[in-house]
Structures are given as structure tokens and as C-alpha cells.
Design a protein around this ligand. Structure first.
Ligand code: SF4
Ligand code: SF4
Length: 643
């Protein structure tokens, strides 16, 4: 592949990497070509020591593994193990947040409850008594109840009751209402071990069930309790791309996922003593910037700038301006340890779940959170003294954006501060000003030109009066090209969407946060159905989801819970299932009869947009809504067919 990215800062840094003979993920990915076809098709099984076994994808021999498992079983087992991996990652993140809430209740670690209103709202859902109880008493009871959700052996997860009644009934009917989060993940691992479940449909249904434990369980807990602890985001301005690193300041990059760490690093970077230390070494302050979803967490609540998305983590180091990179869990390339060795950059791991050979580990303990965060910031100050100015190359590339939207703040924006309501949004969909809404989420992947699919898909949808909400690395991609500014409505939106953005002063793409915050998309759908006029279930809404550049198992888990919640969900490259036509058909067709949602796979973002828009129009017609007011015909590639 010749073109690696559509982002100029990325291209500039890749040239610098090449000149300096520094290896990046693109080089290593190229070195992997051609990749194993059996793995891509999902027909390699190595879950027992009689294997690895491979199935001939062309119908020849072997048709079965040594134990007799066929392609359908092997493909389904491999896929749902990916769901388990993704759901485990999101949900363990949620568990750490619950622990932090417990510490806040016990006045330990420097955590405090910053959103007592949300605390009380969530606690009330759990049936916790509020009257006459302090915030810390309520927080303790809530944290204990939330921890129980992970190991809950029977009954349904509490947050399922947020979904419309029809949806809850449907989950029950198909026996996919999840019990405890850990329970469902363990059941996937059990069912898919050698000699247990061989019915591909039955296996995939457990994948749907475990994914619901993620979306309506672990991820939703993470989002809600982070809001309670660190306050619910409000719209705010910030900046994005590698140009947010500063030549004359100490640059600390926080990378990974969990705000229990990054929130404390932000607090420590404002410590007067550390700031004096920085100045004494000639630095103009301490600059924090984020990569990946930890970036989104501190962007949403503090307006901390974002240095880049997943594929830019090595490029940040190659700027030579990062004095310290602190990582916790998920999406952290192992290659960072050798790359940071070529620079003065100090790499620090912090999680009990993640150590890297040769990398200093400062064990993050929530009970000593602020103290440890200060120690990490002090290491950055030390590291700054070793920075080599001749190696510093920061691209002059940064864009403005507005982030900090939530299902609550969208509500207030649209309805006004004192009469928060989704009515104007629902009415805009009903009268055709808005065609529908799409959530674009997920990662980068060197198998697709970096950021291209996110941006191209977003632009096509905006032109056709589709409101886009975004999270994760997808949101960072759109932010870098200016789509998260209110002005983007004039530049990129169709006339109906533009009218709405102008009236309420919002960008046409709303940043809803990190990957666990895809649960905010679910709660937004709950609000829309609850407001009325657009059916009684998610599957009736003119909405869709998309992960155009996915790479992580977490994206599969998210896709599964979108589909299980009744949403059409697009992935740019297929899941590794093409070795089983039956599994592929289940995911892209049969499952719709069960949940009302299904997957489709399409690499070309313009074609994907066309399919999504057909789906939105179909849903509009089923609801007997007026045709889209301005873009009755679809508008693609700058050619307005309906004008
Ligand atoms: S479980 Fe069956 S197909 Fe898989 S490795 Fe073992 S023998 Fe082979
Ligand atoms: S969107 Fe994907 S790559 Fe980005 S932080 Fe989330 S899981 Fe990692």
C-alpha cells in the first residue's frame, strides 16, 4: 500500500521516521504480508494440543479438525472468543472505576465525588436509599452493588431495565439477557473449549449475550461511574494532533484507557511545586496530551489536548519532544519500549495488568493515586533535562474541536437549559430535516489508509443530512480534519443538518467520548425512543453504527452489542468469518430476524454510506415518516443527484 494516511502530520512524521531509519507499525505490518489466509478466514483452531487444525476454505480436505469440529464451529468459536476478549477489557476497566468509587467513599487516594446528582440518579436505579444519607454513604452502597454485578450468577443485569420494554422482552425471548458480566465471559470460554458447544448458532448467541453484558453492563458502569467521580462532561473547546506537543514545555503523553490514572496525572501536572521544578529546568510549564481513549477521557472532562489516535502513538515519540509517556492498559504497542530507547523519552507502565520488558514500572495504587501521579510527573521533569533539541520535530499541525457531549448534554442543547428534552431531535427526524443518526466508532488499522475511511464515511453521511456521533479513535480522526467544529456544519453538512447545527450551535459530529462511552450511544437511543414518535424499539429507529477501521477485539464486542440491541452495524473489513458461509450469513442476515440488527462489511466508505442511507430510508418508510426534506435522493462524491 502506497498511501499510509490522509493526515498531513502523520505523513510528515513517517518521512522523518524513514529518514531516521526508525521502524513503525506500517513497516512491521508490511513485513507480515502476505498474512495467513487461514487466520483471516477464521478456520484455524488451536484451542487444544491436538491442533493447530486448519480447514480447507475451498471445500476440499481437511473439512474437519482432528476432533471433528467443522468450519462453522471453529469460526464461531474463534469469533466469540474475540467478543469475550473485548468485553473483558471494557468491563475490567469498569471494575477499576468501581474500586475508585469505593475509595472515594472511604476518602482515600485523592478521589472525590464530583457529580453528586448523577451519583444519586444511578444509586436510585439500584434501589439504594437516598434520603438522609450522605454522598459518601450512597457511593459506598453503589460501589458494593456495582461490584456484585460482575459476579451476579442469576437474573438480569440492572441496566437492561433502561432499554425499552419491547427490547427487554426480545432479549428474554431469545435467552440473551445477560447475568453477571464475568459469568457471561467465563461461559464463552467454557463453551468454546475443546469438546463443548459445536452448534455455531448457539455459540454466536452466547457471543450476543456476553456483548450485552459489556454494553449494558461493564461499559455502562464505567461511563456512569466515571461521570460520578470525575464529573459529567460538558461541551468544551480543545485541540488535536501532534502539533499540540510543545517545544518549550515538558510534554507528558498519557496513553491507554483508564481515567483513574490520567485524571490524577492531570491534577499532579498542576501541582505548584512540580511547576516550579519544571521552570527551574527552563521549561515553560507541563503540557499533558493524550493518545487513544485515555486521551478522550481527559479531553471530555478537562479539554486536555489529544496528540493523536492509535496509529500515531509511535509518531508522538518520534517527535523527540515527549519527555514521558505513561501507559496503563489496552492499545499500547509493545514496540514503544524499543522505540523510546532511541530517544530520551521515559516510558512508564503503571497497571498490575501490564508490564513491558525493560520498561520502568511504577505500580499505580488507587489508594495512593495522587502521590504516585506526582512521582510520575517528577520523572518527566527529570527526563526533560535529557531532551536533545536537535531531535525535536513537532509537526505544525493542530485542529480545534468541540468535545464533551453526552446523552444528557445533547438533551439540554436541543431542548434548552431549562426544558431539556429530545423533542426537537425527534421532531427533526420526523419532519425529515434529519435523515437519521449514525455512530462512527473504533480504531485505526494499517490495513486501511489511516483515518481515510472514518473521514470519508462521515463526510458522505453529513452531506446527506445524517447526524454523526462518534467515539474513540474515529472521533479523533474526524476532529483532526475539522469536522468537530461548529463551522463544519457550513462546510460539510446537508441543508437540514446545517439548519439544526446552526440553531443550537453544535458541530455536525458530536464527540461522545472513549470506547466504553459507546454506552452513551445506547442511552441516547433510550432517550430517543422514550421521547416518542419514532417507534417503540431501537430496531425501528433510522440509526446505524459503524467501525470503518477496526482492529481491536473490543470493536467486535461493541459491534455485537449494537447488533444485539437492534442496530444495523457496518465494519470496514469483515470479521474473520469468511471461512464459514453459515456464520457469515448468520451475522449479516439471519440475526436480523432475532434482534432486528445485523452486520454488513464494506471497505469502500462511499458504498458503505450508500447502504447505511438506504437502511435509514427504509426505517423512515416503515415508520411512515416524510421523506428527507432536502436530500430526498442520496448525495455522493460531491455530486448532488437530487438538487
Ligand atoms: S479443538 Fe478440535 S479443531 Fe481445535 S485444535 Fe483441538 S482437535 Fe483441532
Ligand atoms: S478506538 Fe480502538 S484503537 Fe482506539 S483506543 Fe479504542 S480500541 Fe484502541
Amino acid at each position: 500500500m502506497n498511501q499510509k494516511s490522509v493526515d498531513p502530520a502523520t505523513l510528515e512524521m513517517l518521512q522523518i521516521a524513514q529518514n531516521g531509519k526508525l521502524e513503525t507499525i506500517w513497516d512491521r505490518w508490511d513485513a507480515q504480508q502476505p498474512q495467513c489466509g487461514f487466520g483471516q478466514l477464521g478456520v484455524c483452531c488451536k484451542i487444544c494440543n491436538m491442533g493447530p487444525c486448519r480447514i480447507d476454505p475451498f471445500g476440499g480436505e481437511p473439512r474437519r479438525g482432528a476432533c471433528g469440529a467443522d468450519a462453522d464451529t471453529i469460526v464461531a468459536r474463534n469469533l466469540v472468543r474475540m467478543v469475550a476478549g473485548g468485553a473483558a477489557a471494557h468491563s475490567d476497566h469498569g471494575r477499576d472505576v468501581v474500586h475508585a468509587l469505593l475509595l472515594a467513599a472511604e476518602d482515600k487516594g485523592g478521589y472525590v465525588i464530583k457529580d453528586p446528582i448523577k451519583l444519586r440518579r444511578v444509586a436510585a436505579e439500584f434501589g439504594i436509599a437516598l434520603d438522609g444519607h450522605s454522598d459518601t454513604e450512597i457511593a459506598k452502597a453503589l460501589a458494593e452493588r456495582a461490584l456484585e454485578m460482575f459476579g451476579q450468577q442469576e437474573g438480569e443485569l440492572r441496566f437492561l431495565s433502561r432499554a425499552p420494554a419491547k427490547r427487554q422482552e426480545l432479549w428474554r425471548k431469545h435467552e440473551i439477557s445477560p447475568r453477571g458480566i464475568d459469568r457471561e465471559i467465563v461461559e464463552i470460554m467454557h463453551r468454546t473449549t475443546m469438546g463443548v458447544d459445536t452448534d455455531y448458532r448457539h455459540i454466536l448467541m452466547q457471543g450476543l449475550r456476553a456483548s450485552l453484558a459489556d454494553g449494558w453492563g461493564g461499559s455502562m458502569l464505567a461511563t456512569d461511574l466515571q461521570d460520578v467521580l470525575f464529573h459529567s462532561p460538558q461541551p468544551l473547546r480543545a485541540a488535536v494532533n501532534l502539533g499540540v506537543l510543545k517545544k518549550d514545555a515538558i510534554n507528558i503523553v498519557v496513553h491507554g484507557h483508564e481515567p483513574v490514572l490520567s485524571e490524577m496525572i492531570v491534577a499532579a501536572s498542576r501541582d505548584p511545586e512540580l511547576l516550579r521544578m519544571a521552570e527551574a529546568h527552563g521549561a515553560k510549564g507541563i503540557n499533558i496530551a493524550g493518545i487513544c481513549c485515555t486521551a478522550n477521557e481527559i479531553l471530555m472532562r478537562h479539554g486536555i489536548p489529544v496528540a493523536g489516535n492509535f496509529l500515531q502513538q509511535e509518531l508522538a515519540v518520534i517527535t523527540g519532544a515527549v519527555d514521558l509517556m505513561v501507559v496503563d492498559v489496552q492499545c499500547i504497542m509493545p514496540a514503544l519500549s524499543s522505540l523510546t530507547g532511541c530517544f530520551h523519552t521515559k516510558l512508564v507502565t503503571t497497571s498490575t495488568k501490564n508490564k513491558m520488558p525493560g520498561v520502568e514500572h511504577i505500580q499505580f495504587e488507587e489508594a495512593r493515586a495522587l502521590e504516585l501521579a506526582k512521582e510520575i510527573v517528577a520523572r518527566a521533569v527529570e527526563s526533560y533535562t535529557r531532551r536533545d533539541p536537535r531531535k525535536v520535530n513537532i509537526p505544525d499541525s493542530r485542529s480545534g474541536l468541540i468535545a464533551g457531549f453526552t446523552s444528557d448534554s445533547v438533551f439540554r442543547f436541543l431542548g434548552g437549559r431549562y426544558r431539556g428534552t429530545y423533542r426537537p431531535l425527534n421532531d427533526a427526524v420526523i419532519d425529515g430535516r434529519l435523515r437519521g443518526a449514525v455512530g462512527i466508532v473504533g480504531c485505526n488499522n494499517p490495513n486501511i489508509v489511516h483515518d481515510w475511511a472514518h473521514i470519508a464515511l462521515t463526510r458522505e453521511l453529513l452531506k446527506n443530512d445524517v447526524l454523526v456521533v462518534s467515539t474513540g479513535c474515529a472521533a479523533i480522526a474526524d476532529a483532526k480534519c475539522g469536522l468537530l467544529r461548529p463551522e463544519a456544519a457550513f462546510e460539510s453538512a446537508g441543508p437540514g443538518l446545517r439548519e439544526i447545527c446552526e440553531a443550537v450551535g453544535i458541530p455536525p459530529v458530536l464527540h461522545l467520548g472513549s470506547c466504553v462511552d459507546n454506552s452513551r450511544i445506547l442511552t441516547t437511543l433510550v432517550e430517543i425512543v422514550g421521547e416518542g414518535g419514532l417507534g417503540e424499539d431501537f430496531s425501528q429507529l433510522p440509526v446505524a453504527g459503524s467501525a470503518p477501521e477496526w482492529m481491536s477485539e473490543k470493536a467486535i464486542a461493541i459491534g455485537f452489542y449494537f447488533v444485539a440491541s437492534g442496530v444495523l452495524t457496518h465494519f470496514g473489513t469483515p470479521h474473520p468469518v469468511l471461512g464459514s458461509p453459515a456464520v457469515h450469513k448468520f451475522l449479516t442476515d439471519d440475526v436480523e430476524e432475532l434482534t432486528g440488527g445485523k452486520f454488513f462489511f464494506e471497505l469502500d466508505p462511499v458504498k458503505a454510506a450508500a447502504q447505511i442511507i438506504d437502511h435509514l430510508d427504509k426505517k423512515r418508510a416503515e415508520l411512515k415518516l416524510a421523506p428527507p426534506m432536502y436530500t430526498a435522493k442520496k448525495t455522493f462524491q460531491g455530486v448532488t443527484e437530487g438538487a
